[in-house]
Design a protein around this ligand. Structure first.
Ligand SMILES: O=C(O)CCC(=O)C(=O)O
Length: 278
């Protein structure tokens, strides 16, 4: 899926944009599934792990977000559990394989507010190796004015360890945390917007700073994201209370540190293994 120069760009910048990640015939059916999920219509009968927006009960000015929509919807599952996307993530990260930790179903209608800049790895001390590699798929043509995802070029190499977990949903100044991080480190801030046609998107490193502004366009902005970890990842009990550990540590076994493949399936592994049944 990725040429050698895409991989070089990923390593230099901490992200790479890609023109085509999914077949265009999937785009309209996926938009229908977004509509259903945010209405609370869960095809499989299983609720997603995090339902942060629902029709009628939620603030219409917020960006809509659901995590692990794949557990509720088979079409979403067919995309975020794709072996090819998992292989691309594993190869970029240098892992022997990739498992999904979390998907992200994001819908930012015209006028909807921002998502604060953050680093994914800062939320993940509940598993080790504490690394994430994400694939962000646009379902609409994206523009900077339309609130597409933005990334700080080269920020995957910035110092780690003091990353505050700021407000994700609709902060007053969505870029403030990355501006502060650049100032603290004495580094230049170079923000790039992922501007692609529907079906394209990007891969980003777990330490790359990213977020997105309000949608100031007249068009919807929907995206589907796979957040992957190494196929070899294990739970880390000492981190359960941090970041999004309280949600995902519920899948830990009473003893041992295995990340159960029913909840964190392996999409691709270099020895040919893939979790049966997905
Ligand atoms: O779509 C966005 O604006 C942000 C998504 C995000 O935070 C992510 O994919 O990690």
């Amino acid at each position: 899926m990725l040429a050698a120069d895409d991989q070089a760009r990923f390593h230099a910048d901490g992200f790479v944009t890609v023109d085509s990640l999914i077949d265009n015939s999937l785009i309209d059916p996926l938009k229908d599934r977004f509509e259903r999920l945010f209405r609370g219509d869960f095809e499989t009968g299983t609720a997603p792990d995090e339902v942060n927006w629902q029709h009628r009960s939620s603030d219409p000015t917020l960006t809509r977000q659901i995590c692990n929509g794949w557990k509720a919807d088979r079409l979403i599952a067919s995309v975020v559990l794709d072996a090819g996307l998992g292989e691309a993530a594993a190869r970029l990260a240098g892992w022997p394989g990739a498992r999904i930790v979390q998907d992200n179903v994001i819908w930012k209608p015209p006028g909807a507010r921002s998502l604060g800049f953050h680093r994914d790895n800062a939320y993940l001390s509940w598993y080790t190796p504490t690394e994430m590699l994400s694939c962000w798929i646009a379902l609409d043509d994206t523009t900077a004015a339309g609130g597409t995802m933005e990334l700080a070029r080269g920020s995957h190499r910035w110092p780690t360890g003091s990353d505050a977990m700021g407000e994700f949903h609709a902060p007053d100044d969505y870029r403030a945390p990355v501006v502060a991080a650049a100032e603290t480190a004495g580094l230049e801030l170079d923000i790039a917007a992922v501007e692609v046609t529907a079906g394209g998107g990007s891969f980003h490193h777990g330490w790359a700073w990213h977020g997105s502004g309000p949608n100031r366009s007249g068009r919807h902005r929907r995206s589907l994201v796979l957040h992957c970890a190494s196929s070899e990842a294990r739970f880390r009990r000492a981190g359960f209370a941090d970041g999004n550990g309280p949600v995902y540590s519920r899948y830990a076994h009473l003893t041992g540190d295995e990340m159960d493949e029913n909840h964190f399936p392996i999409l691709w592994r270099s020895d040919g293994y893939r979790t049966p049944g997905i």
